[in-house]
Every structure is written in C-alpha cells, then in structure tokens.
Write a protein that binds this ligand. Structure first.
Ligand code: ATP
Ligand code: MN
Ligand code: MN
Length: 291
C-alpha cells in the first residue's frame, strides 16, 4: 500500500512500524487519531501546541517541536507569540481532525497543549497538577494523592478532572475563568503543593530535584508557567506499548491500577463505546481561581 487517505489527508508509508513489531503502524496511528478526534479536539483545539515527533519511529530519537513550519500541513496553523527572550516566534495550533492527521503524516506521536488559548496566551484558563510517583510506589498512593489534590481544589471552589498520563502517573486539571496571570496561577499551584508537603512530608515532595524523591510523589506544579505544556487527553505516548493519556471519571481511577492502563487498542474501543465525555463539564464550568 503506497499511501492512505485519512480525514482527507494523504498518509505516506502507512505500513511503517513506528512502535516496532506488534504496535500500531503509521497508518494505524492516523486511523487512531481520526477515531478519537471528536473526544480529543475539545481539549486540544486552538491552543499553542508542542509535538513529540519520531521520524524514525520509537527506536530512534524523538524530539519536541514547538515552532511552526509551513511544511507541516495546510491545516496546521501558526500563531505568533512572544518568546522568553523577547523575540517573536510562530507556534503551532490545530482546530480540526485534518490538522491532527497532517501532523501524524509528519510523524507526530504526542500532542502537548498549553494551558491557555491562542487568542490570549498570557491568560491561562486551566491549571494542572502532574503527579510523578517515585519508582515502586503503589497505585493506591498515587490515587490518594490525586484525591488529595481534588479535595484541596474543591475547598478553593474548583471542580477538577483526572486523566492517566499514559506513563507512571495521573494528571489533575481544573478549568477557571480567564483573568489571573501565569504568575498568579503558578503561585496558587505552588501553594497547594506546599500545603500537601507540609501536611504529609512522608508522602509528597514539591521540589523538582530527583535526589530526594525516593518513596514520595513529586507534586509537579511547575507545568503552570507560560510555555509549559502537558500531554492532552487521548494522545498516544511515544513509549513501548503505545499507551494513551486518558481522561477518566474520578470513580474510575482506583480500579485502573496504573497510569499506563490504556493502550491504543483499549482507547480505540473506548472512543467507540463512550456515550459521554468524562471531561464534558470542562467546557461549561464557570469557576474562578481564588486570589
Ligand atoms: P509520566 O506519568 O510518566 O510522568 P508525563 O506526561 O506526566 O508522564 P512528565 O515528565 O511528568 O511526563 O512531564 C509532564 C509534562 O511536561 C509532559 O506531559 C509534557 O507536556 C511536558 N514535558 C515533559 N518533558 C518535556 C520536555 N523535555 N520538553 C518539553 N515539555 C516536556
Ligand atoms: Mn508526570
Ligand atoms: Mn512531571
């Protein structure tokens, strides 16, 4: 098979085994994203986006890409943003399934949006806590950590949502009405993480240093800065087994047993069977970040 057309996009080398033998081929990756796009796009659409691209498959070097190039595809749009150094640069965004599949044609495996939208990149509209458990920690401990964050956000008036990372952990995400600066959001999240460590120093750490993490969950609040990203729901991970970052209901997490509970096949089945998006209320919740 020379080429395949998915969502109107030409996909070359569809037979290529990007995940190695037994994993999805490039054509199957394109079909996967076409199938999950209706669930994935609400979280991803019209946000600055970093990609993990693996032109040689998993076996060779993958790389993060945040800057736009015209060669990425007609539905892969540029948005001009200020860089840290004060220069302007064109970042990437998509808003439809064709844009997603064009990025797959360019060997994208993972999709990582900002916590802000392209029309106001300096005003975030969601925060994230990324729970990174030390090796060997039980799943029960990770689940307890996520519930702890949920309760603390609830005390602050924020409903939150949970997803598997497709790797070791869970992500807790809360939307809020735009207004606070990135610094405001980061300070709020740092406060939550610090309070968790103060209350349970035997369970949590809030510092990025790897050395002291043994037996603890790193409450990674540092994703809440301008330019930081987190993997989007339904994104494949460029990891063995083609795992998926999966939005779930709070009641589901205990029985999942792992942050890698969903692989691409389970995710495909779920996309077809799912009646309602477990994160549907993300779009309609009107809540404000406390000062
Ligand atoms: P895991 O559960 O295995 O930790 P994860 O996606 O949470 O999976 P992290 O390393 O904790 O992985 O990173 C959290 C998020 O930070 C990622 O989803 C990604 O968006 C962003 N990130 C991580 N590493 C990089 C990097 N090298 N460059 C850019 N962004 C990164
Ligand atoms: Mn993580
Ligand atoms: Mn992390």
């Amino acid at each position: 098979m020379a080429t395949l057309t998915v969502a109107g996009v030409r996909v070359t080398h569809p037979e290529r085994e990007v995940f190695g033998p037994g994993g999805p081929t490039k054509g199957e990756v394109a079909g996967y994203y076409e199938a999950v796009a209706p669930w994935m796009l609400p979280e991803l659409s019209r946000r600055p986006l970093s990609l993990v691209r693996c032109p040689g498959g998993l076996g060779s070097a993958c790389f993060f890409q945040k800057h736009h190039a015209d060669t990425l595809g007609a539905h892969v749009k540029p948005v001009t943003l200020l860089e840290k150094d004060g220069d302007q640069a064109r970042y990437i965004y998509v808003e439809d399934v064709a844009g997603v599949v064009e990025l797959v044609q360019m060997n994208t495996l993972e999709f990582h949006p900002w916590g802000a939208r392209i029309d106001d990149p300096d005003k975030p509209d969601r925060l994230i806590f990324d729970l990174d458990p030390a090796p060997g920690l039980s799943w029960e401990a990770v689940v307890a950590g996520a519930r702890d964050i949920r309760a603390r956000l609830g005390d602050a008036g924020l409903d939150s949502f949970v997803r598997t990372s497709g790797g070791k952990g869970l992500h807790v995400v809360a939307p809020f009405r735009r207004g606070p600066s990135w610094d405001g959001v980061k300070t709020f999240c740092e406060g939550v993480a610090d309070a968790m460590v103060a209350d349970a120093p035997d369970r949590y750490i809030a510092q990025a240093s790897k050395s002291r993490r043994e037996g603890l969950i790193f409450i990674d609040w540092l994703r809440n800065t301008r330019g930081a990203t987190s993997v989007t729901g339904w994104s494949l991970r460029a990891r063995d087994g083609a795992t998926v970052a999966m939005p779930v209901r709070w009641d589901d997490i205990a029985r999942l047993g792992s942050g890698a509970a969903f692989d691409w096949k389970k995710a495909l089945k779920r996309a077809r069977a799912l009646r309602a998006d477990p994160w549907a209320a993300m779009a309609t919740l009107d809540q404000t970040l406390p000062r």
